[in-house]
Design a binder for this molecule. Structure first.
Ligand code: ATP
Ligand code: MG
Ligand code: MG
Ligand code: MG
Length: 463
């Protein structure tokens, strides 16, 4: 089976791109929670804040997390076949060098000649205003395979601010048997048309006021999900059925001693997804905490533990699943293996903490369900949070399974009352002006030190 990551990087090297190692998951960018795309480490080159390197072309396989902020796929995990909280994005970048013509030609060559995907299954989309991209695509693909979509699907932006531009995406038709209705069309959430690659024509920077200003030079940023590309090449329609995930699912299966069945196996898939995120974040130095990034990490672990509990686990198990992540990914990311013993211990302790309260919490939740018609009590959600360590999103996730909503307002009121009490009790804090999550983030993590983009000279520390 083709190693897609290596094939991609080698292909773009053969087109004069510099191979750049993956940057840290916690970016040098206070506007982002995590690196959510391959372009993040290059942001300042796109915006012109950093000079264009000697070689204006780069290629990378970037580890990404989408579990917060503008691109948040946490709620999709367990529900779709193609979203992960942690994934690798394969990308090629042009910093004011080539533009649409070459970006499209390269991508087409890679999918049809290297991946050898059947042309008759491929579709592309362009932004509804982008006649130029459509004309270029017509040189490669039949005109009726090119769809025009609006900003929601074909205008890409990194976050609320930052580089952005119209984009063009490549989809593969996974077959009419996967067609379940309109949600399956391109841009929808179904399984028939799978988005594999996004080519972004970087032309603007959005500022804090929401205005678009042109970038110094039009540039290219592309992203293809390694997990989706691998699944397609392996002939499976769910990423979770690919060789990147099945060994993790098999490990969970072996630990619990119950067979995994796709139709009823969402819990196995959530665990398989979340253990990758937890393993990578811990290996890169983010720790479990009650705020900021560390709280995202804690929430992800607890969501996975709750799914483990549904499968029948009553004591720590995730730490053992981390072994499989290291087996699968340690060659590419040796720091996982180096940190494995320590991070397993961290996971085990965090699991132990939650296993102490999870049964009582779920009992309380189930009791309350009996009294619930439509909207679940905010007071009980707060008690679950405060006494049993159930993050709000975990309770919401449990309610979603029952098609119920939550009285978030009452929950928030109780939360802010608690914060006030905590503040009053904290003598001499003197931080009356602290406001908002962003402030908390900045204070917890500091402004990231800029380490520069001198990738042509110095290797980036974390791969
Ligand atoms: P989708 O519409 O499927 O949510 P997207 O449009 O949000 O994907 P982009 O921001 O365009 O994705 O990212 C570029 C590529 O990265 C996608 O084409 C896909 O291959 C991959 N990708 C994006 N999000 C995820 C994810 N959560 N898990 C795995 N791969 C992803
Ligand atoms: Mg998305
Ligand atoms: Mg999309
Ligand atoms: Mg996209």
């Amino acid at each position: 089976m083709m190693d897609v990551r290596e094939a991609f990087l080698a292909f773009f090297e053969s087109k004069q791109h510099e191979r750049v190692p993956s940057s840290p998951l916690v970016p040098d960018d206070a506007t982002l929670l995590f690196t959510n795309a391959g372009m993040v480490p290059f942001k300042s080159i796109f915006t012109g804040d950093i000079p264009i390197p000697a070689n204006p072309r780069a290629t990378s396989a970037q580890t990404c997390i989408r579990a917060g902020g503008k691109h948040n796929d946490l709620e999709n995990v367990g529900h779709t076949a193609r979203h992960h909280t942690f994934f690798e994005m394969l990308g090629n970048f042009s910093f004011g060098d080539y533009f649409k013509e070459e970006a499209i030609a390269h991508a087409w060559e890679f999918v049809t000649e290297v991946m050898k995907l059947p042309k008759e299954k491929l579709w592309v989309t362009v932004h509804e205003s982008d006649d130029e991209a459509e004309e270029i695509w017509k040189k490669h693909i039949a005109a009726d395979r090119i769809m025009r979509l609006g900003d929601k699907d074909n205008f890409w932006q990194m976050g609320d601010t930052g580089p952005c531009g119209p984009c063009s995406e490549i989809f593969i038709d996974q077959g009419a048997e996967h067609f379940n209705g309109p949600e399956d069309y391109m841009g929808g959430d179904g399984d028939r048309f799978l988005e594999i690659w996004n080519l972004v024509f970087m032309q603007y920077e959005r500022n804090a006021k929401g205005e678009l200003k042109p970038l110094p030079k039009p540039s290219i940023d592309t992203g293809m999900g390694l997990e989706r590309a691998t699944a397609v090449l392996e002939g499976v329609t769910s990423n979770y059925d690919s060789t990147l995930f099945m060994p993790i699912i098999k490990k969970v299966e072996a630990l619990i001693g119950k067979p995994y069945v796709y139709a009823t196996g969402a819990s196995y898939r959530v665990i398989a997804d979340h253990i990758r995120t937890v393993t990578f974040l811990l290996a890169q130095g983010t720790n479990f905490s009650n705020e900021g990034r560390g709280y995202v990490l804690r929430r992800i672990l607890r969501r996975a533990v709750r799914h483990g509990y549904l499968l029948g686990f009553t004591k720590p198990f995730m730490f053992e699943v981390a072994d499989t992540v290291a087996e699968l990914m340690g060659k590419q990311y040796p720091y996982i293996v180096e940190k494995l013993a320590v991070l397993k211990e961290q996971i085990m302790l965090e699991e132990e903490r939650f296993f102490k309260t999870i049964a009582s919490g779920i009992e309380l939740f189930n009791e309350e369900l009996k009294n619930t018609k439509g909207t679940f009590s905010g007071e009980v959600a707060f008690k679950l949070y405060d006494t049993f360590g159930f993050p709000l999103d975990l309770t919401e996730d449990m309610l979603r399974e029952k098609n119920l909503s939550l009285d978030v307002e009452t929950f928030e009121t109780l939360m802010s009352e608690q914060r006030k009490r905590a503040k009053a009790a904290w003598k001499g804090s003197g931080d009356a002006h602290v406001e908002g999550d962003f402030k908390t983030l900045l204070e917890t993590f500091g402004v990231n030190t800029f380490i520069g983009y001198a990738y042509t000279k110095a290797p980036v520390k974390i791969q």
